[in-house]
Design a binder for this molecule. Structure first.
Ligand code: AMP
Ligand code: MN
Ligand code: MN
Ligand code: MN
Length: 284
């Protein structure tokens, strides 16, 4: 395991808002040349034992994972945790609390969509949900494409479900400190997911990373499906400035929707320390 390892440490299964099972993801990761894999469902560890068994069957090295939704400076930030004990009680309790309220939020999203003439969105989104505890905007997006309100998922997030657009309901997620402590308390390493995607000012972004570090966060997703070459340069410099390790993950959700497939990513820049160097004792 070195900086050139084909690691994909960020993707989603039917246990959250992906469309493939943990087993199908493991097969696809193997076929795409992934050597070290992690399934990081949103706010949920329910797929971890299946993913671990599937990785073993495919001969893939595996790190447990989850992507936790956090509210910070009025925005939603995602924190990926890697290498946690999948049966840790405090982590399970924290994730359950974070998932809570998704159904109520979804009902309010559907009511708001009804105001612009889109009926039945709650039931429509539910058809795509694999885990009743985890109804998400992705499931609504699939329904909006199904009924022809939008031609594809990116168009949905341009016209609906985001701040100021129909179907957006603000939501209070976990705090940054709690999410980082649930991860580190369960033996894992916390990583800021796809930092290039947040609409923060430079000052807010600096606050995010300094507070993240103060809480015990150690990593940054430098290479992800959501980053372009200049994002990679920017977050490489940030890792070096703040002494953070680097992660790499596609954020793959679906063969039909994701533009970055499992394991099909640029390598991490050679001057960085890969997150898996901190997790050698936790690789299955
Ligand atoms: P939620 O946790 O219910 O707020 O849903 C967030 C999920 O919506 C993310 O994890 C993505 O899968 C999806 N999503 C958010 N913004 C976009 C976007 N611009 N394009 C595609 N998918 C998006
Ligand atoms: Mn998602
Ligand atoms: Mn995310
Ligand atoms: Mn993700």
């Amino acid at each position: 395991m070195n900086i050139l390892t084909n690691a994909d440490l960020h993707c989603h299964s039917v246990v959250s808002d992906g469309t493939l099972t943990p087993e199908a993801l493991a097969q696809r990761a193997k076929a795409n040349g992934v050597e070290l894999w992690s399934l990081t469902d949103h706010d949920e560890m329910g797929g971890q034992h299946r993913a671990m068994a599937a990785a073993k069957a495919e001969g893939l090295r595996y790190l447990t994972g989850a992507e936790i939704s956090v509210s910070f400076a009025g925005q939603t930030v995602h924190i990926v945790g890697l290498g946690m004990d999948p049966d840790d009680q405090a982590l399970a309790d924290g994730l359950r609390a974070t998932r809570g309220g998704r159904e109520q939020r979804a009902r309010e999203m559907a009511d708001d969509l009804a105001r612009v003439g889109i009926q039945g969105a709650f039931e429509g989104a539910l058809k795509y949900v694999g885990n009743p505890d985890l109804i998400s905007r992705s499931h609504f997006a699939r329904y909006l494409v199904e009924i022809g309100a939008c031609k594809d998922i990116p168009e949905v997030f341009r016209k609906y479900l985001t701040e100021g657009k129909p179907g957006f309901i603000p939501h209070r997620w976990a705090s940054l400190g709690d999410a980082v402590r649930w991860i580190t308390g369960a033996g894992g390493v916390a990583v800021v997911a796809h930092p290039g995607r947040y609409p923060f000012s430079a000052t807010e972004e600096y606050a995010l990373f300094t507070e993240f570090k103060q809480h015990g966060g150690q990593g940054v997703e430098v290479v992800t499906g959501a980053h372009n070459a200049s994002d990679v340069i920017k977050y490489t410099a940030l890792c070096q400035e703040l002494g953070l390790v680097a992660s790499r993950g596609s954020d793959f959700h679906s063969p039909d929707e994701s533009h970055t497939d499992l394991g099909r990513l640029p390598n991490l820049p050679g001057q960085l320390t890969p997150v898996w160097e901190l997790l050698s004792g936790r690789i299955h």
